[in-house]
Each structure stands twice: as C-alpha cells, then as structure tokens.
Ligand binder design. Sequence first.
Ligand code: HAM
Length: 418
Amino acid sequence: MSSPLQSVQGMSDIAAPDVRLWQRLEEIARATLARYGFEELRTPIVEFESVFTRSIGSTTDVVQKEMYVFEKGGRRLALRPEGTAGVMRYAAGLGPMETAGARWFYIGPMFRSERPQAGRRRQFHQCGVECLEPPSPLVDAEILALQVDLLRAWGLGECEVRLSTRGAGADAARVAEGLRDALAPREAELCEDCRRRINENVLRVLDCKQPACRAVVETLPEPTSFMDETSRTYLAQVAEHLDDLQVKHVRDPLLVRGLDYYEHTVWEITNSALGAQNAVAGGGRYRMELGGRELTGVGFAIGLERVVSVLQTLGRAEELLVPGAPLVWLVGLGDAAQRQNLSLMQSLRTAGLTCRMATGGSMKSQMRAANKAGAAWAVIRGDDELAGGVAALKNMETGEQANVPLAELAGKLTGAQK
Ligand code: HAM
C-alpha cells in the first residue's frame, strides 16, 4: 500500500535551499541560450501517444518499456518521455516559413518509467534545444559547442564529448544488414534480448551491457564502414569545426542513442563525477515525419538532475546559490501593532524590501521566528512606538537597536542594503 505522504518512486520534490540552485541553473541557461538566438517553447507535458511512437521509434526501450501511457476519451495519451517529439509536433503544424531557421529551447519535466537506480529518475528534468536550420556540419558543430558552453557556464568542469554518426538515407539499412551479417555466426553467444534485437533493431546490440555481448560487439566492424562516403565526410567536417571551436571530443563508433529519429551527427556528453549513469547530455541531428510533413533539425537535451549531482559531487553547488535579499522581520506587540505592521510590511515591500512577520505570539517567540528565518533586521513596535511614530530597528547580527522615525525607516533599510 502506498502512503498518501509518499511521492511516487523515482519522482521527487525540489524544495529550498536546493530549488534555488535549480533557479540559478535555469537563469544561466536562459541567458546563454538567448545569446545563441534561441526562444523558449513550452509544449504540453501530455501528447497523443503516436507523437512519440512515430518519432522516437516503436522498437526503442523508451517507447516499448518506459512510457507512461493512459487512455482518456478513447484516445491514447502519454506523458512526454523527452522534448524533441513535442517540439516537432508543434513545428509540423506551422507553415514552412515559420519553421525555417527556428531555434527553440525548453526546460521542464520528462517521464520515463525506468527501474529506479542512482541517476535514473522516473520524473526528471531536461534543458534542451532544437534548431531547424537546414542540415550543415557548421550548425551541428555550433549546437554542440553551445551545449559545452552551457555546461561550462554552470561550472561543470571537464566533460567528455563522444561523437559519432548514424549516417543518412540508405546508410541505416546498409549498417543494419552489415551488422546482422557480422552477428549471424555469433548469435549463440548473445543474450536473449540481443538475439531478438538482431532482427528488431540491431543497433541496440551495440549498446548491450552484458559482458558476453560486449565481447562480441568489440570484434564487429565499425558501423561507419557500411556507410556512404558522404556520411563519413559529413562527420569529419563536424569534427573539424569542433576543432576550430576548440571543443574537445572523441570519436566513439559504438555510440548508440536510445532514440531512432537520428541521422548524421550524434553525440553524448559524460562526466566522470557521475557513477554508472554518467551521461549528462545527449543530442544529434534528426529527421522525422509528423502529420505528413518531414522535418529535420539538430538539438540536445541535458539532464538537470545529473547536472545538480555533478555540481554536488564537485562541491560547486554552493557557489551557484545566490544569497537571498536581506530579510526584514516585523515584530508587533499587541493587536494594534500587529494590525499596523501588516500595512507597514506592504509599504516596505513596495520600497523593494523583503519582509515577513509572525502573526501573534510573545516578543520572545516572534524574535525566535525572526532568527530562524535568518532575518537581517527586526522592526519592533508596541503601543509606545505606535504613539511616538517610530519603530525600534534591531540589527540581528550585531544586536544594536535604535528608534527610527517611521518616515525614515524604508530609506534607512534600503540604504543599509547597498
Ligand atoms: P536522451 O539521451 O534520451 O536524449 O536524454 C538526454 C539526457 O536526459 C540524458 O543524457 C540524461 O542526462 C537525462 N536523462 C534521460 N533519462 C533520464 C532518467 N531516467 N533520469 C534522469 N535523467 C535522465 C533525449 O531525450 C533527446 N530528446 C535529446 C535530443 C534533443 N536530441 C535531439 N534533440
């Protein structure tokens, strides 16, 4: 039985002070992405299931095992497991003039019903981009460089970029056939899943973690060897542009992304501060058909839980926490002072100050609340102060206290903040 107080396994609350780190990461992301010409796009969290099955691929783990699907009003709906499909569903509904050259970013929750383990969440958050400019190695390199720039702006330190290609056009069929031929004589050595994958989705065999399968995979010819020369040249050009941009990367011929919509460039970014689930981000160029329209783009998504986890492991999370504005705590002794403090608090806020008060309680309990909240100042009023048109202003750090005329209070407090 699940308790009504528990959150669903693999889904967490993000509360203060951690939530301030999340806000800071989002703020840095928005500023960085704006410099690259990206506009925010907020798509729904729920889409028709077909939006994902058609684009991500019906034989992928994400679609086969991990999607939260439910039926409502006779339609099959799904919680989004990633952001690209929804963005492309939106783009497919626009005219070609509106999508040409579009650059969109998104930050938000995604849902995958994975077996919970370190680094694998059932609700997690991605910061992603999709760029619909015409295919070019220049754009792919620029987008990858943006991702590295963003990870650096967040203070992630050294990350490894692994780069590969899915090829284009007839390459996918040729790679599948080449790998199937190479695997056929070794089939008995593979795990049960991989024996099924040979016919269903042979690239997945390259990704299997079983030691026996890994041993077979290491002896296979590189998938790129079955590709057309133009695909290999495309990848070489992306790599050259990355060198120009001084983005360090390594070729990983066995890199398999878990989503089927990719063609040409694919990449993954890992960080050694993470354990087994060390992919911080992934991306690539893709092609998909939605609503009779074919769309191509290049993009990436960064897993924000994993970014937070790297920052915490590196001990850098604290640096990113911007201290909140100094808090002014209003203490009122007696009903009249409490009532007038409510109005005073609003006028101090209008002057730009951050204020709170406790309703009721003794002087001692109100001061305790001020301390607990980390207040920098206490503004104390009882009947005498009300009659005299003053407030006792206490510096909570030094303990110094002095009466200040009410008309001067806001000016004194805002002055003290500078
Ligand atoms: P993805 O590689 O499936 O790509 O996910 C991107 C990132 O999301 C991963 O590198 C990881 O950091 C994070 N992530 C994925 N699953 C989980 C999970 N269960 N728990 C925690 N974090 C997770 C995509 O989603 C593509 N849409 C990226 C893309 C955009 N390609 C082109 N455009």
